[in-house]
Design a protein around this ligand. Structure first.
Ligand SMILES: [Zn+2]
Length: 346
């Protein structure tokens, strides 16, 4: 797996795709599936569904991962020509302080800049360390000779332009991947690679299986539609949350038992654990305290499905993320077994 999956992840994180502006990355995934000869369709909100036929077609399975990321939008052009931001998705300003960014203008041009505290220079500002990292104090310094709102507007920048953060992808010699947006492009890469394996290894799937590449997860409603009435099991593949008290790590697959939305389906969870045990796949069971997934969004929107959530462990999520190739491998291995397993009894 690893080399192909890592190469896909690298390509994915380098395509800017904050929620609300995901067409380019969806095209990338769509072309990949098309080249494999897989049927795809887009939904109206911009997501992508790839479908692999199975031996049984009156019961379906759906897997989802999301390709949208955190980002920002230009809220105001300040009198000094710098940009005030409005954040897209759930994170804090400290997670992007000092980050390089790209501003996409309405005519499709990309301009570069840096996200900074207004009071950054310690030679000038006494409160550089203590001032609050918030919307008023953080701004984008555009890489252009501008120091008035008019001059910035003359570059083509306007309120509503999308701002994306430099992913800074790096793979270390000892197997760590460091990049923004591993949530959830690591999982999208895994699903893309799995679909390739199913097609090229001619693996027979027991049930028709849909792969929903969702594009609005970070804002809460990516994978809650386009679920066929035949769909019995719906598995979200999204990052495992790490931190104090969490069992998730960067070396195993995290099986979520409960998040802020409540418990995931007990039977499906036990099925996933059994598959991991039987196949010596490293896993951790975990509860994510401040988390919701496309699977819980699907349940909330009224779909009568068996829902589950698994994924690679991601350190410092929604900020300077990192995982290890081991976690990608264990996640991919569990998914590969899951794809050919029987639906649970309910
Ligand atoms: Zn996510």
């Amino acid at each position: 797996m690893s080399n192909r999956t890592v190469a896909l992840i690298k390509q994915l994180v380098n395509i800017p795709s904050p929620s609300g502006n995901t067409t380019r990355v969806i095209e990338f995934v769509e072309n990949y599936f098309k080249e494999l000869g897989v049927d795809t369709k887009r939904n109206r909100k911009g997501g992508l569904i790839a479908t692999l036929p199975g031996e049984i077609n009156d019961q379906h399975r759906m897997l989802t991962a999301h390709v949208d990321t955190l980002g920002a939008m230009v809220k105001e052009i300040k009198p000094n020509g710098r940009l005030k931001l409005d954040l897209i998705g759930g994170f804090r300003y400290n997670a992007i302080e000092g980050e390089y960014c790209q501003i996409e203008t309405a005519n499709g041009e990309f301009l570069t800049g840096t996200i900074l505290m207004h009071q950054t220079s310690v030679h000038v500002y006494k409160d550089a360390g203590t001032a609050e990292r918030n919307q008023d104090n953080m701004e984008v310094r555009v890489d252009a000779k501008v120091d008035s709102a008019e001059e910035t507007r003359a570059l083509g920048i306007e309120v509503g332009d999308f701002v994306s953060f430099d992913p800074r992808f790096e793979e270390t010699a000892n197997g760590f991947l460091k990049s923004r947006h591993l949530d959830d492009k690591a999982s999208v890469g895994i699903l893309m690679e799995l679909v390739r394996q199913v097609v090229e290894e001619q693996i027979r799937l027991p049930y028709t299986t849909h792969f929903l590449i969702s594009n609005n997860e970070e804002i809460g409603y990516g994978g809650n539609s386009n679920i066929t009435p035949e769909t019995v099991e719906y598995l979200a593949v999204d990052m495992g949350a790490m931190g104090d008290g969490q069992s998730t790590d960067e070396y195993t697959v995290s099986i979520c038992v409960k998040d802020a939305s409540g418990p995931y389906h007990y039977g499906l969870r036990k099925h996933l654990v059994q598959l991991a045990e039987k196949n010596s796949i490293g896993y951790q069971l975990d509860i994510y305290p401040y988390y919701g997934s496309d699977a819980s969004a699907a349940i909330r929107s009224g779909h009568d499905i068996i829902h589950g959530l698994i994924g690679p462990g991601i350190d410092s999520s929604h900020a300077y993320e990192r995982t290890h190739i081991d976690s990608l491998e264990q996640t991919e291995a569990l998914l590969k077994k899951y794809l050919v397993s029987k639906l649970i009894k309910y």
